[in-house]
Structures are given as structure tokens and as C-alpha cells.
Design a binder for this molecule. Sequence first.
Ligand SMILES: [Mg+2]
Ligand SMILES: [Zn+2]
Length: 196
Amino acid sequence: MFEKRRPGAVLFDRDGTLIRDVPYNGDPGLVEPMPGAVEAVARLRRAEVPVAVVTNQSGVAKGLLSADDMDQVNARVEELLGPFDAWAICVHDDADGCTCRKPAPGLVIRAAAILDVSPRDCVVVGDIGRDMDAARAAGARGILVPTKQTRREEIEQAAEVADDLTDVVERVLSDMDGPGLAVSAPWARALGWSRW
Ligand SMILES: [Mg+2]
Ligand SMILES: [Zn+2]
């Protein structure tokens, strides 16, 4: 038997990835899982792969929803998808110049730190280029799951593109079989820390 290489964690973007994107949503009643999300997260848990959420919520900085609204939406996400091992949330906006708002790597680094794993052993799953840029900047493997809203150039620039969350889990868990994949995988060239 090959020794299985287990990802340290899978870090999911929230809006447009785990749940349907309702811009600046503060209403738990509008939370709706993306197709395959419930089963995808459940399969990772069964494989004992930690799961986390890394999400930009600039609506808080913009005053479009309160932190309490956001907490209630996140609680609803966990009601529908089950508990996550970590949440890393940026409540800033572009003009704030923080180090956490994707495409900066801060959320990925924070979630990895909470889970006590290296960002290099994490998989970041998202629906737009900002998610992939954050993954790359943190040294993580990024997998893009495009929606109809994803821009074509962001799909073309992604190191790895999956059809849906089911496909993501197949990719992540199949890498647990067989040696050497971490070295030969196409995303390996993107590994490395960047200054930020
Ligand atoms: Mg998104
Ligand atoms: Zn931030």
C-alpha cells in the first residue's frame, strides 16, 4: 500500500463556493448551499481532513450589514453544512489596506495557524481569482470552481480548475493515494512564500 498524503486542511471561500452568492447578505434565511457542498464537506470530514472557511466580508466595513448579521449568516451556514474547524474572516474593504482581505494571503495563513498546519499543506477552494491569488501568495494549492459569474481570464489564469465541489473532493482525496504527487503536481511550481 502506498502511504497516503493527507492535505493539512481544505479552506473554502464562502460566497459562490459553499453557498450561493447573495451580495452583502445579512439574512440567514437566504443561505443556500451550492450544489454538492453538503456532501463534499461531509466527505472531507469522514476522511478526517480539517475544513475551514476563508471569507471576505467587506459589507461590514461598508456598513451594509452588522457583524452580528454576519455571525447569524455564518451560524446558518454551519446549520446547513455542519461545523467548520476554523473560520477566518476579513471584515475590511480594499481601501483599508489590511493583510487579510483576499487576494492577500492573511486569511489562509490565519486559518492554517488555527488548525496548526502549514499553508503549504492546505488546499484553497474558491470561485474567483482573488481566492486563487490568496492561495498562491500563501503557498497553498488553489482550486478554482467557476460559476457563471467567474471571469474568463480568471479561469484561464487558475493553476487548477474543477467542475464542482464533488470534483474538488475527488482531486483532494485521490492525492492521498500514491507517492510523489506533491512534487509532480502542476501547482507545485506555484509554491512559495511571497512578501506582503
Ligand atoms: Mg466567492
Ligand atoms: Zn482584512
